[in-house]
Write a protein that binds this ligand. Structure first.
Ligand code: NAD
Ligand code: UGA
Length: 478
């Protein structure tokens, strides 16, 4: 019989920590869960009365927060109290690519993970299971273990001494479907050397995940499997996007090619949709991390193989930007272009590594005036991503005009985005873009007008029947 876990603490209230703990809280009402973060603004937003103000948008998340917050799910910045009360601690902090120093541009920056390990070493009491939830380079558990061991057996009261087990339990949720992915995961992966600690974590998941979907491995396999899963998924996207370019050159249609190859059960149909390139905070960083590891272990051929996936993705975004300019008579200077979608995929407000950022920057560099629409991304975020203010935020009134130097503004509804524009570029597959009334939109656009659909979301015939030229990614016929 195991000691039941009564108190969980999660360090990091981000896209993973927030939804993951919300689902555990909902499924395990007898466990008290505290999600802590250094970022006070984020914690305040998690605690806001108005659920529309939660710091991240995920379908279904608000309802769980409404049900569990203040009952067995709590958000705070009190690290000391919540770490010391916890039986189990999830480390769910950011692990971005290093910007400088050894491994810059490829290796993960582990400073936040290390800081967590030090906080845990300092504040924890008694026996604590420490879980890597963040995506980490293989063998990071060793670093955490080493930091924790330095304070192991330290006594904090007359009776108890500190003691730890470290497990790896990577997260496989995708943004936009996080709640569904957490409730019905394909698998849960638990890597660890101590079978008792692994079982305690497994017991929690067993409340709602079928036993056969909980995989137990050694700790290094678990760490490496997470990086590999993301690399394989991203590789499929680069593969299909590369074939998309070939389709355009040969008259083939990538949607038909996708369907044909995906029907082979050995290949499978998922992750074969062409797009403006994969975005999101993880694919690029995790592949680069894999590249770094391969180089570190003197495997240059392995490193080059995976680096190609990222290079193709980056080339692809530039290819789309150049193609738009070419179709608009070789110049977009002073022209108005509607941008539909800024998040890296639908159903999230996350813009990290969104292809929209690079494509918009390329078009702005060419002097275009962009009218950007996105149902969930706010103007502040767009401004920070593009590194410039919207022309409407400009202090100087004379600058609040569209110019030959280019600029951007955010528009709140789709119709406004199309007033006098030469083109519309669909970059995110928000469902509402599938239902646009193109014959109405066409009346607002300057002629000749273009739609560039990078997500295969529009109905070809509806656009072309409205007198608009259509280019669809990977369609050799447009
Ligand atoms: P995030 O940036 O949204 O959240 C991380 C949070 O940790 C931030 O709010 C930050 O303030 C906080 N933090 C950092 N150091 C801290 C410290 N010492 N003490 C307290 N709080 C601290 O990141 P995320 O998207 O949630 O990703 C977290 C990890 O999960 C990453 O390793 C990522 O690769 C992995 N992951 C992400 C996803 C995803 O869909 N975003 C999916 C699977 C795995
Ligand atoms: C991805 C993985 O799917 C998750 O399993 C993983 O946990 C997560 O990364 C992570 O580690 O962060 P996420 O990035 O949230 O999840 O979203 P995805 O659905 O994988 O989409 C990533 C990018 O690929 C998006 O820009 C999306 O538009 C693009 N994509 C996806 C395509 O271009 N084509 C496809 O067929 C599928």
């Amino acid at each position: 019989m195991h000691i039941p876990i009564k108190n969980i603490c999660c360090i990091g209230a981000g896209y993973v920590g927030g939804p993951t703990m919300a689902v555990i809280a909902e499924r395990c009402p007898e466990i008290q869960i505290n999600v802590i973060d250094l970022n006070l603004e984020r914690i305040d937003l998690w605690n806001s009365e108005d659920l529309d103000k939660l710091p991240i948008y995920e379908p279904g998340l608000d309802q769980i927060i409404k049900k569990c917050r203040g009952v067995n799910l709590h958000f705070s910045n009190d690290l000391e109290k919540n770490i010391s009360n916890a039986d189990m601690i999830f480390i769910s902090v950011n692990t971005p690519t290093k910007k400088k120093g050894i491994g810059a541009g490829q290796a993960s920056d582990l400073k936040w993970v290390e800081a967590c390990a030090r906080q845990v070493a300092k504040f924890s009491r008694g026996y604590t299971i420490v879980i890597e939830k963040s995506t980490l380079p293989v063998r990071t558990a060793e670093v955490i273990q080493e930091i924790l061991s330095a304070s192991k057996n330290e006594s904090f009261s007359n009776k108890e001494v500190k003691n730890f087990d470290v497990l790896s339990n990577p997260e496989f949720l995708a943004e936009g479907t996080a709640i569904k992915d957490l409730k019905y995961p394909d698998r849960v992966l638990i890597g660890g050397d101590n079978s008792k600690a692994s079982r305690l974590l497994g017991d929690i998941y067993e409340r709602w995940v079928p036993k056969e979907k909980i995989l137990y491995t050694n700790i290094w396999s678990s760490e490496l499997a997470k990086l590999t899963a993301n690399a394989f998924l991203a590789q499929r996207i680069s593969s299909i996007n590369s074939i998309g370019a070939l389709c355009e050159a040969t008259g083939a249609d990538v949607r038909e090619v996708s369907r044909a190859i995906g029907a082979d059960t050995r290949i499978g149909s998922k992750f074969l949709d062409v797009s403006p390139g994969f975005g999101g905070s993880c694919f690029k960083k995790d592949i680069l991390n894999l590249v770094y590891l391969a180089k570190y272990f003197s495997l240059p051929e392995v490193a080059n193989f995976w680096e190609g996936v990222v290079q193709l993705n980056s080339w692809h975004k530039d290819r789309i930007s150049k193609l738009i300019v070419r179709k608009l008579f070789g110049t977009v200077s002073g022209k108005k272009i509607a941008i539909l979608g800024f998040s890296f995929k639908a159903d999230t407000n996350d813009t990290r590594e969104s292809s929209a950022i690079k494509i918009c920057k390329n078009l702005l560099d060419e002097g275009a005036n962009l009218l950007i629409h996105d149902p969930k991304v706010n103007i502040k975020q767009i401004s920070s991503d593009l590194g410039t203010k919207s022309i409407m935020e400009s202090k100087n009134n004379s600058e609040k005009k569209l110019t030959l130097d280019g600029g951007w503004q955010k528009v709140e509804n789709i119709e406004d985005a199309f007033q006098d524009v030469d083109a519309g570029v669909i970059l995110t597959e928000w469902q509402q873009y599938a239902n646009i009334n193109w014959s109405e939109i066409s009346k607002k656009m300057r002629r000749p007008s273009w739609i560039f659909d990078t997500r295969s979301i529009v109905e070809k015939i509806k656009v072309t029947n409205s007198g608009i030229n259509l280019w669809r990614l990977g369609d050799g016929d447009t």
